[in-house]
Design a binder for this molecule. Structure first.
Ligand SMILES: O=P(O)(O)OC[C@H]1O[C@](O)(CO)[C@@H](O)[C@@H]1O
Length: 437
C-alpha cells in the first residue's frame, strides 16, 4: 500500500521483525511521521529565539551561520517527511567511516523503510553534522538550553532526593531495601526524557511519594537479582559501569545510585558512559555532567552543595570516571559492540555489573526486534554479554523481553497504550553469559 507516496504497510509490526516506520500501526511510524519533525521544529524555534544570545557568545560569524543551520535543519525535516534516503555523513569526524559503511550495508535506506533505530539515530547524527560543518558553531549543543531548563524545573525533586540521600548515605537501617528504593527511583527518573515528551519537561517531584503505589507498574522486576549481583562479596571485580541516558533529574538519580554503590563499598570505582554528541535531545554529554555538578556546587541548599562537593571529589580522585565513546552514537545495536568497538567491549568485561539506562539503550540491547514478550532476556541480547547486565527502563516503545507468559497480553487488554506511555517500567537482570554457557 502507498500512503502519500510513502511505501508503507497498514499493519502492526510482525513478531520477530525489526521495528520500522514501514509498519503504519506502530509507534515507529508515529515517531518518524510526527515526533521527529516536531523535535526539529522545536530546535529551530529555540535557535531563533536565542539567536542574539548565541551571537553574543559565539561571535558575529555565528549569527550568519545560524541562518545556514536553520535552513539545513528545515531541509532535514523535509527529507524525513518525504521519505528521502539517508545520505552519507560528510564531515571528517572520527565516526564517519563506520557510520557510512553501516549505512551502505543497509538494504532499506529511506526514513520510513529503514529499521527505526537506524532512522532515528541518523536524524541526530545529521543534526550534529549540520553544526560540525560550521566554523563558529562546531561545539554548539542545540539541546543544551532544553536540558538546563529541565534540570531547573525539577530542582524541587533534586532537593528532596538530596536530603534523602545525605541522611541515608551512612548506616541506613536496611542497606538492601535502601538500595532497591534508589533503584526504583532511578527507574522512574527515566520518564523525564525530552525526546519522548518532545521537549515538554515532566514534573518529577512526585516519585518519592508514590514509589510504593508504582510497584504494580514494574512489569518485570528483578531487583532481588540486581541486589545479589551488586552486593556479591565474592565478586572479583570492584568496578561498576553505568551507561547513562538523560540529563536533568534522571542524571541526578543515576549519580545518587553511583554514590550509594561507592559509600556502601559495593564498588571502588564507577565508570560513567556519556554521549560524545548531542543525542536524543536530553542525553548526557560530559558538558551536561559537569554543568550538573556545578549547579550542585553553587546551590544554596546545604545537602545539594554537599553532594556537589562530594561528587567533584569522586571525579578528582578518579573514583568516578567519565567515559566517552563514539560507539554509543552509532546506529549499531549492542550485539555489534564486540566486533565494532572491541576495546569498549573488553573494558565492559572488567565490570562487576553494567547498568544500562533507558529506552534507547534497551532497544539497542534487544536489537530493535519485536520479540515475543516472554523471550528470555539472555536470548534477546543475541550474544551481547560482556558482564552481568542490568536494565532500568521505562517502557516507551513496542519492544520488550523477559515478561512472564501472559503478562503482555493482560497489559494490552487493560491498557492498550501501555507500551508507549512511559508509565510502565522494567528492572531486568541478565547473568553473565560467560557463566551461563
Ligand atoms: O531517553 P530514553 O529512555 O532512551 O528514551 C528515548 C526514546 O524513547 C522513544 O521516545 C521511544 O522509544 C524514542 O523515540 C527514543 O528512543
Amino acid at each position: 500500500e502507498c500512503t502519500e507516496n510513502i511505501p508503507i504497510m497498514d499493519i502492526i509490526t510482525p513478531r520477530n521483525a525489526s521495528l520500522s516506520g514501514f509498519y503504519k500501526r506502530s509507534f515507529a511510524y508515529f515517531t518518524i511521521k510526527e515526533r521527529l519533525p516536531r523535535i526539529l521544529t522545536q530546535s529551530i524555534d529555540i535557535l531563533v529565539r536565542n539567536k542574539d544570545d548565541i551571537g553574543e557568545e559565539y561571535g558575529e560569524k555565528a549569527k550568519q551561520e545560524l541562518k545556514t543551520v536553520i535552513g539545513e535543519l528545515s531541509k532535514l525535516k523535509y527529507e524525513i517527511q518525504t521519505n528521502k534516503p539517508m545520505l552519507n555523513i560528510t564531515s571528517n569526524a572520527s565516526d564517519v567511516k563506520l557510520y557510512n559503511d553501516f549505512l551502505t550495508q543497509q538494504p532499506n535506506k529511506t526514513y520510513f523503510t529503514a529499521v527505526w533505530l537506524h532512522a532515528e539515530c541518523y536524524m541526530y547524527r545529521r543534526i550534529r553534522e549540520i553544526f560540525e560543518l560550521t566554523e563558529s558553531l562546531r561545539s554548539y549543543d542545540p539541546f543544551s538550553i532544553q536540558k538546563r531548563s529541565a534540570y531547573e524545573t525539577n530542582s524541587a525533586a533534586v532537593l528532596q532526593l538530596s536530603k534523602y540521600l545525605v541522611s541515608n548515605l551512612t548506616d541506613p537501617i536496611d542497606t538492601k531495601s535502601e538500595f532497591i528504593k534508589l533503584l526504583k527511583l532511578n527507574l522512574w527518573g527515566n520518564q523525564c526524557d525530552l525526546s519522548f515528551s518532545s521537549g515538554i519537561v515532566e514534573d518529577c517531584s512526585d516519585w518519592f511519594q508514590i514509589l510504593d503505589s508504582m510497584q504494580a507498574n514494574i512489569v518485570s522486576d528483578h531487583s532481588e537479582d540486581v541486589w545479589s549481583a551488586v552486593s556479591d562479596a565474592n565478586a572479583t571485580s570492584r568496578i561498576i559501569d553505568i551507561v547513562l541516558d538523560n540529563s536533568g533529574y534522571e542524571l541526578f538519580t543515576d549519580l545518587c545510585l553511583a554514590d550509594f554503590l561507592i559509600s556502601h563499598k559495593f564498588a571502588d570505582s564507577i565508570r560513567i558512559y556519556v554521549k560524545t554528541i548531542p543525542w536524543f535531545v536530553s542525553d548526557v554529554m560530559t558538558s551536561d555532567f559537569n554543568w550538573t555538578l556545578q549547579q550542585l556546587l553553587n546551590s544554596k541548599e546545604k545537602d545539594m552543595k554537599y553532594l556537589g562537593q562530594r561528587w567533584t571529589k569522586y571525579v578528582n580522585d578518579q573514583i568516578w570516571t567519565i567515559v566517552e565513546h563514539d560507539f554509543f552514537t552509532l546506529p549499531h545495536d549492542y550485539s555489534l559492540m564486540a566486533s565494532t568497538a572491541p576495546a569498549l567491549y573488553k573494558q565492559m568485561q572488567e565490570a562487576k555489573v553494567v547498568i544500562f539506562k533507558g529506552d534507547l539503550n534497551y532497544r539497542k540491547l534487544l536489537g530493535e526486534k519485536n520479540w515475543e514478550p516472554s523471550t528470555p532476556c539472555k536470548v534477546a541480547l543475541q550474544g551481547f554479554g560482556p558482564s552481568k547486565i542490568v536494565t532500568l527502563r521505562t517502557v516507551k516503545c513496542q519492544l520488550i523481553c523477559g515478561l512472564e507468559p501472559g503478562v503482555a497480553e493482560a497489559l494490552s487488554a487493560k491498557d492498550p497504550e501501555w507500551e508507549t506511555t512511559g508509565k510502565y517500567g522494567v528492572i531486568q537482570y541478565c547473568d553473565d553469559i560467560r557463566k551461563l554457557e
